[in-house]
Design a protein around this ligand. Structure first.
Ligand code: TRP
Length: 447
């Protein structure tokens, strides 16, 4: 059977940018920027994205296209009978875990969307929003219901395949996402007092920057670009040999970064215009922003747009997370795609239930001082993803060789790649070193 694949360059870009652009950009990036003092943090983040994230991204795309298979199959193809296939296995396992808790947060977004449409959300008084949010996520049934819906929608798209599922829906959803962002940006920056928010975002105050902030920037760069578990490797395996991977990596990186910055431009001017606190942490979009919408003329309308926007961003990301284990199981064990997808999505749902309950009935059950959710998030985001990225960089830099990677990136020298030697240097030395530092920091070896 011919392997499924992307149909057009634009489709590839929509799907890959769709993977990268997610809750990481619109939920997490703004709040960690808020916590770390704004512009100075953003500058560090940009350095991490372009010097470390982008080379690792190109490497994933290259390994996937060379191997023309899922993460495990691709390593097997390039280095047969070696242990490198376990890098792929690690990636697949990471996919299970990340999707299991990512779908919980995406579920909250869906719960908000349902209330935004009926106008219930905008009607909630600001002083009650905290209780509303806390009440919602600590319920037992409802968040699990929405988590199930998120996974069901994701599975529906993944079942349809790459070209007829992932690509088709990304090509519809990503332009909608961009349109919504532009409308919301214009709304936010035209509020009275918006300029303070822009200043916060774009005028660096380096005194607010800490070592912890720098490491957080690097870790988040990885997560935001969907690196470290073979998601873009898997997408790379569906790309044909004539596509220019270096320019694709550049475009995905720019798109991801621009959208994160645009989300900042939507959020901070509005937060400052209404005299609210930019340092609210994870609750920034769930409590602070609904306060803004409550106060703003036509707020109910803009609130719908905003939460639909995050919902779209989340779904195009969950698709890529689910595609990794689905491609692995269906290819390596020769299972039909539909059945595989349903089973895996259901298993992920089961793993995710205690994550959802971590905000309610399981809130007091902690191991190492963290809830079930906290532990999965910590292990996956701070250890498994960086470890996956480290192994991949070492594989390219020291095992398969940057020469071979560049040969693949340029389709055996027929395509141009102006920064080939810079790429080789970054992936061989800079990326592994930087990632080792994140890992040591995350595990508490250095502090
Ligand atoms: N990058 C997405 C975000 O910013 C999340 C995501 C999708 C992801 N696929 C991934 C993160 C693979 C790590 C690895 O929300």
């Amino acid at each position: 059977m011919k392997r499924d694949g992307f149909g057009s360059r634009l489709g590839i870009l929509a799907a890959a940018a769709g993977s990268a652009i997610g809750l990481g950009n619109i939920w997490k990036f703004p709040y960690i920027t808020g916590e770390n003092g704004g512009a100075a943090f953003i500058l560090v983040y940009l350095v991490c994205i372009f010097l470390i994230g982008m080379p690792v991204m190109l490497s994933e795309l290259v390994v996937g296209r060379k191997g023309a298979s899922n993460p495990v199959g691709s390593f097997k193809k390039i280095r047969p009978k070696s242990k490198w296939k376990f890098t792929g296995v690690l990636g697949v396992a990471t996919g299970f875990i990340v999707l299991s808790f990512y779908s919980v947060i995406a579920g909250w977004v869906f719960a908000y969307i349902s209330r935004a449409f009926t106008g219930k959300l905008v009607a909630i008084a600001p002083e009650e929003l905290g209780d509303f949010f806390g009440g919602l996520i600590s319920k037992t049934g409802e968040p699990i219901f929405w988590q199930f819906i998120v996974l069901a929608v994701t599975a529906f798209i993944v079942i349809a395949g790459i070209q007829k599922g992932v690509e088709k829906y990304s090509k519809i959803l990503m332009p909608v996402l961009l349109g919504l962002l532009v409308v919301l940006m214009i709304r936010s920056v035209t509020l009275e007092g918006a300029s303070k928010g822009l200043e916060f975002l774009f005028k660096p105050d380096f005194s607010a920057l800490t070592a912890k902030g720098v490491l957080e920037a690097l870790g988040h760069a990885f997560f935001s670009l969907s690196l470290g578990m073979g998601a873009l490797l898997t997408y790379g395996s569906y790309i044909n040999k004539e596509e220019k991977l270096p320019s694709l990596a550049l475009q995905i990186t720019i798109a991801d970064t621009l959208i994160a910055l645009m989300a900042g431009v939507v959020i901070f001017p509005a937060v400052f215009a209404y005299g609210l606190d930019p340092k609210m942490g994870p609750e920034l979009i769930f409590i602070t922003l609904p306060t803004v919408f409550h106060e703003m003329p036509l707020g109910g309308f803009f609130e719908v747009l905003f939460f639909v926007l995050i919902g779209i961003a989340a779904i195009t990301s969950t698709i890529s997370l689910l595609e990794v284990p689905v491609s692995y199981v269906s290819e390596e064990f020769n299972m039909p795609r539909k059945k595989t997808t349903i089973i895996i999505a259901f298993v992920i749902f089961l793993i995710g239930i205690p994550s959802s309950l971590s905000f309610g009935v399981l809130g007091d059950v902690t191991i190492f001082g963290r809830t079930y959710f906290g532990n999965l998030d910590f292990v996956a985001s701070n250890i498994m993803l960086p470890l996956g990225g480290l192994l991949l960089s070492l594989f390219i830099g020291w095992v398969w060789g940057t020469k071979n990677a560049i040969q693949e990136a340029t389709n055996e020298g027929t395509l141009k790649f102006a920064f080939a030697s810079a790429y080789g240097f970054l992936i061989k030395y800079v990326a592994p070193l930087a990632i080792v530092v994140i890992l040591l920091y995350a595990t508490g070896v250095i502090s």
